[in-house]
Design a protein. Structure first.
Length: 207
């Protein structure tokens, strides 16, 4: 049985891990600047779901394999990095469409796609994978406890990342007063995603 102090300690560690801007935060900001508040918030939810899938993987032992196998870790890391680069390129190629993103006549990213993108980025976040592998076994004994304790991480992530999403979306609204500014924001968001993907690809095991 986990003690209240252990639960609190894990929550504090999770909070510290989450508030430091990383892949999920930067992707959320990029998505907010590119397509807006709704999609950014759905991305936050998807990110949290992806993070909890990591919890499930660790509880079932997959996380240990990732931690001990450089090859598996590299595959997961590069898959996430490549997906971010792909999304960034798409954002840049279609940056002109961002100008009309606030109009009903222009198709927006659907909720399913926004959630899916968030899940992929959250699940393939290498830093979170390592955190789960290292931290969960320290405070929980057995798969059931890990699954229960691990729920704290996505809950905290949703609360914190939503602040980033809303802040970035507000900035996007300000830029929307000028079509040229808004198109530039679409390109900037895409560049953020590409830069993030590149940095993840270069992340070494110590992270």
């Amino acid at each position: 049985m986990m003690s209240p102090s252990e639960v609190l300690a894990f929550a504090v560690l999770s909070l510290v891990m989450i508030v430091i801007p990383g892949p999920s935060v930067l992707f959320t900001i990029g998505r907010a600047l590119t397509v807006g508040r709704r999609e950014a918030l759905l991305t936050v939810v998807g990110n949290a779901a992806g993070a909890y899938l990591q919890v499930v993987a660790v509880a079932l032992g997959v996380g240990v394999v990732v931690e001990r196998s450089a090859a598996v870790f590299t595959v997961v890391k590069l898959a996430g990095a490549a997906y971010l680069v792909y999304l960034g390129v798409q954002a840049i190629l279609h940056r002109r469409r961002v100008t009309g993103a606030l109009a009903d006549s222009v198709p927006r990213i659907g909720p399913v796609r926004a959630l899916r993108d968030g899940v992929v980025v959250g699940f393939t976040n290498p830093k979170t994978i390592v955190f789960m592998v290292v931290a969960l076994p320290q405070f929980a004994d057995g798969a059931a406890q890990m699954l229960l304790l691990g729920m704290l991480f996505p809950v905290i992530a949703v609360l914190c990342d939503s602040v980033w999403a809303l802040t970035a979306a507000t900035a996007r609204t300000w830029f929307a007063r000028s079509p040229r500014r808004l198109a530039a924001i679409g390109g900037t968001g895409g560049l953020m995603m590409i830069g993030l993907g590149a940095s993840l690809a270069l992340t070494n095991r110590k992270d």
